[in-house]
Design a protein around this ligand. Structure first.
Ligand code: NCD
Ligand code: ZN
Length: 344
């Protein structure tokens, strides 16, 4: 008989963009409804590079999301990042991890890292104090085909980082390829990966289905079907190296539907329902709780959440648009029917 409901330990989102100002106020409640904690990406303009900026941003998030939600802040790494400041913020709880954006790789990454050698002193310190490195794993070399940028990053950069920092915890964020799934599975226990719902549901055909589809555009860009299947297999494998990270990345309609549209999919409103659908399709419902609520916390060395949530069988139609910041956002799965619903 078909499963009618599933109750799991309250989950966390290990990769999230909440933005700031009116957008933050509009999107934060969707995440707080589903997740106890989230790793907050620091790619604001200007990026979050100081203890003071991280603390102030955390307070704005807390005000928008409510007291029952815990934002876990991250520091944006630049070529000039000071190891002392990194350690100070980690010691006083301003941030739990640091994010490596190769300069120019994605939204608001212009002040990112030009050469990973420049941040070796910071990485030495992070390794020493047990602070995880979160990686946007794409090279920015314009000579490299956009669909190959993750695989080439693994060869050119990540392999060396894992070799040179054997004690550093590294999360390869939002993996999209067979190459990444295999690399992480075969790497030491210090290396893990987050997986988004869109990379489990969609392949690159979604970008061109009957015309150009800006709402399916995110970075790393969707890949071919064989890669999607490898990422799905990793997600439902039960391996503690793979865990939930939505990469929910809201951009208003005008910014998406443009001659130069922004990358990012806003998946926060139905994130759990979306992931659960994948685990059900794969016949691995029993592995959903560990992926959503255990592997990430264990990797970060944080306690598991105490509360529980339930998802129930229900036909739910996802809205085409949700209001935000004087305009609107297209949620992931807009206009589709999902067969699960978070119980209130
Ligand atoms: C993210 C954003 O908009 O901030 N966009 C995206 O497509 N994922 C940045 C990122 O995580 O690469
Ligand atoms: Zn992201």
């Amino acid at each position: 008989m078909e499963t009618q409901s599933i109750t799991i330990r309250r989950p966390d989102d290990w990769h999230l963009h909440l933005r700031d100002g009116e957008m933050l106020k509009a999107v934060a409640p969707y995440t707080a409804r589903q997740f106890a904690r989230a790793i907050i990406m620091p790619n604001l303009t200007p990026p979050v590079t100081t203890v003071a900026a991280a603390v102030a941003y955390r307070e704005r998030i807390q005000a928008a999301a409510g007291a029952h939600f815990t934002p876990l802040m991250t520091r944006y790494l630049t070529d000039q990042a000071s190891a002392d400041e990194l350690e100070r913020g980690h010691a006083n709880g301003a941030w739990v991890a640091a994010k490596l954006y190769p300069a120019g790789a994605t939204t608001n990454s212009a002040s990112g890292v030009i050469d990973v050698r420049n941040i070796y002193p910071s990485l030495e310190r992070m390794q020493a104090i047990g602070m995880p490195l979160l990686v946007h794993g794409e090279v920015t070399d314009p000579e490299i085909d956009i669909f190959d940028r993750e695989a080439v990053f693994i060869d050119r950069v990540l392999t060396g980082l894992v070799r040179d920092f054997p004690g550093l915890k590294i999360v390869l964020e939002h993996i999209t390829t067979t190459d990444a799934a295999q690399f992480v599975a075969g790497a030491p226990a210090t290396v893990a990966a987050t997986i988004t719902p869109q990379h489990l549901h969609l392949n690159r055909n979604a970008l061109f289905a009957g015309g150009l589809r800006p709402h399916a555009y995110c970075l790393p860009v969707l890949k071919r079907e064989a890669h999607r299947l490898a990422v799905r297999a990793a997600a439902v494998s039960g391996s503690p190296k793979f865990f939930l990270g939505t990469d929910s990345a809201p951009h208003l309609r005008e910014a998406k539907e443009s001659g130069c549209g922004c990358a990012g999919i806003f998946n926060a409103p139905y994130a759990l329902e979306s992931y659960l659908t994948v685990f059900e399709q794969e016949g691995e419902l029993d592995r959903f709780e560990a992926f959503a609520s255990e592997h990430g916390a264990n990797f970060y060395g944080l306690p598991l959440n105490e509360g529980r949530i339930a998802l129930e069988r229900a036909e739910v139609e996802v809205a085409e648009w949700l209001p935000a910041a004087g305009s609107k956002l297209a949620p992931f799965h807009a206009g589709e029917r999902l067969r699960w619903q978070l119980a209130s």
